[in-house]
Design a protein around this ligand. Structure first.
Ligand code: FAD
Length: 106
């Protein structure tokens, strides 16, 4: 099976980078595509225990896809909920754009 840590780091990089490049004012189609992407991502994520949790997470907390800012904050909170579950440090979501758009600091 894939290495859960390497897979996780790469996947968060992909997810936050997708959020950071999502439009400020997405069209209806772009919003629908993003909801579909998140739904399929949660189903196909190849860490199956992770995927199971993430699937129920996005049902409970439906991704906010109305703007880049909303989506970025949603993603940051989702990542923090996983951080909490794993006993990792929480990330300051006011630094989200700086971390993922202006470029990584670590
Ligand atoms: P990561 O958590 O991978 O973070 C990478 C970088 O992102 C950090 O260095 C930091 O710069 C930045 N960052 C941290 N928090 C945030 C935030 N809130 N917002 C924005 N940027 C942030 N692992 C399991 O063992 N069990 C699980 O159930 C599980 N579920 C997962 C579900 C999903 C959808 C994903 C993508 C991953 C999941 N993982 C799970 C993997 C786990 O979240 C980590 O990716 C992995 O443990 C490696 O952690 P890390 O400490 O290298 O940093």
């Amino acid at each position: 099976p894939p290495d859960v840590e390497i897979l996780g780091r790469s996947s968060w990089t992909l997810l936050h980078t997708i959020a950071a490049t999502y439009p400020d004012t997405p069209s209806r189609t772009q919003q629908a595509d993003m909801l579909r992407f998140m739904d399929l991502f949660s189903k196909l994520y190849p860490c199956w225990v992770c995927a199971e949790d993430f699937q129920s997470y996005i049902v409970k907390r439906v991704p906010k896809v109305t703007s880049r800012d909303e989506f970025g904050q949603w993603m940051c909170n989702a990542h923090n909920d996983v951080n909490r579950k794993l006993g990792k440090k929480e990330f300051d979501c006011s630094k989200w754009l700086e971390r993922w758009k202006t470029g990584p600091k670590d």
